[in-house]
Design a protein around this ligand. Structure first.
Ligand code: NOJ
Ligand code: MG
Length: 536
């Protein structure tokens, strides 16, 4: 089956272009919350397949699917028990194949998540490691250590879990195992050859099924500093963080990425690897996208940047300079399933939404590739007031090790209708959706020229039409304080980050604006928090 799929994709004119990923718009599907086909209130692969036309209409080039593998779901599927099977919650392997086939038929590429830093504690390897006791060979596949203190009652070192609490859990036999995330996510020992071989085989499994690439979870975490030294401070790792730590961004990870690149390149159709890597600087991050490593790395510096013209310009310059130094494109990311939705981060309410719409036009005008997190095309806000009883995020249960709790950005999408679950599926929805989302459904926004959905559709369509957008050069133009202006071939983009209107000499013909403009003579008055694309 998969042998037939790749030629179908290659027949699509847009897909033939070399380096498709250099300026691709890639849409992140959080499978659990995208669309539910069977009425259990949990999104699934068939649900995604049935809703692919929405993504084709939106005009994106590829879809990234968050983990749908067999998993006890201790961390939203980032705890994988079997890397080669689909969790019954989400469907089966046939559904995965059908989804890839249908996406390819629609001209969409499919990227899947790979979780190599840790397995689930229910993975066959870890079970064997526990049940086999201290002498079990499977212990060598993880990081088991004796404890400190007279009875070994203290953890082997002072490392903390990203989700809060110690990064070590003691087993019944008295020794400890390392988990940088939840205790249900034991870290693999990447110095062990069997771990490397197993992941090569897993990658092949999905490449053979026809996927176009991998988003590599915790791509900066697989190698730990020799001797696992103490850090000597509390509040160490955060999901959203750039600290220098002995368990993140160690040089040894690059060799793994190089070997994966060779594997990807051995397949036809330019299959890609995308690093979810947290590095202390844009320069360190750029190392992950050297020509013989992965293709892209999420630009989290952009995501975490304040709504401030000077800060934004600094991040844009630093990101472009770093990625250019290795010949890679940068990726512009505003939201994902781990952070507060940017409508809310930018202040919430109408002003927050206005800025979110403007940020989207900015991201889509900058050189490189852009990611869209499901629901941002609808302008969805974070859902702040979820009852504790429905929350799933392990960070919530493990205290305050997180910047934010992650369920509020994972509320199922509203598709249609005026009451819950808003067309999400034939049953309910695993997290409650706000009633106000009736105005934000795909159905309600379709055809409304002022809607966020139509803004995204227009922007992505223009991006395809205009040769000056996507990969390439940009040049800053003079602009008043609080305003950013830059030129791309045939286009000028202006962003007013202030709250007040900014008068600007009209730079060209307005092509697309995130809010209504006023003109007096040759002057345009750009409302606060607005981005405009001008044809020049
Ligand atoms: C990053 C993923 O995006 C997040 O959801 C997950 O909790 C951690 N990695 C651990 O796998
Ligand atoms: Mg379902």
């Amino acid at each position: 089956m998969t042998q037939e799929l790749a030629p179908t994709l290659r027949d699509q004119p847009a897909a033939r272009s070399a380096g498709w990923w250099r300026d691709a718009v890639i849409y992140q599907v959080y499978v659990r919350s995208f669309a539910d086909s069977d009425g259990d209130g949990i999104g699934d692969l068939r649900g995604v397949r049935d809703r692919l036309p929405h993504l084709a209409d939106l005009g994106v080039d590829a879809v990234w699917l968050t983990p749908f593998y067999a998993s006890p779901q201790a961390d939203g599927g980032y705890d994988v028990a079997d890397y080669r099977s689909v969790d019954p919650l989400f469907g089966d392997l046939r559904d995965a194949g059908d989804l890839v086939g249908e996406a390819h038929r629609l001209g969409l590429r499919v990227i899947v998540d790979i979780v190599p830093n840790h397995t689930s504690d229910r993975h066959a390897w870890f079970r064997a490691a526990l049940t086999g006791g201290p002498g079990a060979p499977e212990r060598g596949l993880y990081h088991f250590r004796p404890g400190r203190g007279e009875q070994g009652e203290l953890p082997p070192n002072d490392w903390e879990s990203v989700f809060g609490g110690p990064a070590w859990t003691r087993t019944d036999t008295g020794d400890w195992y390392l988990h940088l995330f939840a205790p249900e996510q034991p870290d693999l020992n990447w110095e062990h050859p069997a771990v490397r071989e197993e992941f090569t085989s897993v990658l092949r499994f999905w490449l053979d099924l026809g996927v176009d690439g991998f988003r590599v979870d915790v791509a900066h975490g697989m190698i730990k500093a020799a001797g696992m030294p103490d850090i000597g401070m509390r509040e160490q790792a955060k999901m959203i963080g750039a600290q220098v730590l002995p368990f993140f961004d160690q040089d040894g990870v690059h060799e793994i990425h190089r070997s994966w690149r060779r594997l990807l390149d051995s397949y036809d159709g330019e299959r890609i690897g995308v690093a979810e890597a947290w590095a202390p600087t844009p320069e360190r991050l750029a190392l992950y996208v050297r020509p013989d490593e992965l293709h892209q790395a999420f630009n989290f510096q952009f995501l975490t940047c304040d709504w401030d013209a000077t800060a934004m310009r600094g991040v844009i310059d630093a990101s472009l300079a770093a990625t250019r130094s290795v010949g890679a494109p940068t990726t512009w990311v505003l939201s994902n399933h781990d952070v507060v939705r940017h409508t809310t981060r930018y202040g919430g309410g109408p002003a927050g939404l206005g800025r979110a719409r403007a940020a989207a036009l900015l991201a889509l005008a900058l050189p490189g590739s852009a990611y869209v997190y499901q629901g941002e095309e609808l302008g969805l806000p974070e859902v702040a007031d979820l009852p504790d009883a429905v929350r799933q995020d392990p960070a919530f249960f493990r205290g305050d090790g997180q910047d934010g709790l992650r369920d509020g950005c994972r509320v199922p999408l509203p598709w249609s209708g005026s009451s819950q679950p808003f067309g999400f599926g034939p049953g309910g929805s695993w997290l409650p959706q706000p009633d106000s989302w009736k105005e934000l459904t795909v159905e309600a926004q379709t055809g409304d020229p002022g809607s966020t959905l139509e803004l995204y559709r227009s922007a992505i369509a223009l991006r395809k039409e205009l040769p000056g957008l996507g990969d390439g050069e940009m040049e800053w133009l003079p602009a008043p304080e609080g305003v950013l202006a830059f030129a791309r071939p045939g286009l000028v983009c202006t962003l007013n980050t202030l709250s007040a209107k900014a008068p600007l000499p009209v730079p060209g013909r307005p092509l697309l604006s995130s809010a209504a403009l006023e003109f007096t003579g040759g002057t345009a008055r750009i409302p606060g928090g607005t981005c405009v694309w001008w044809a020049v």
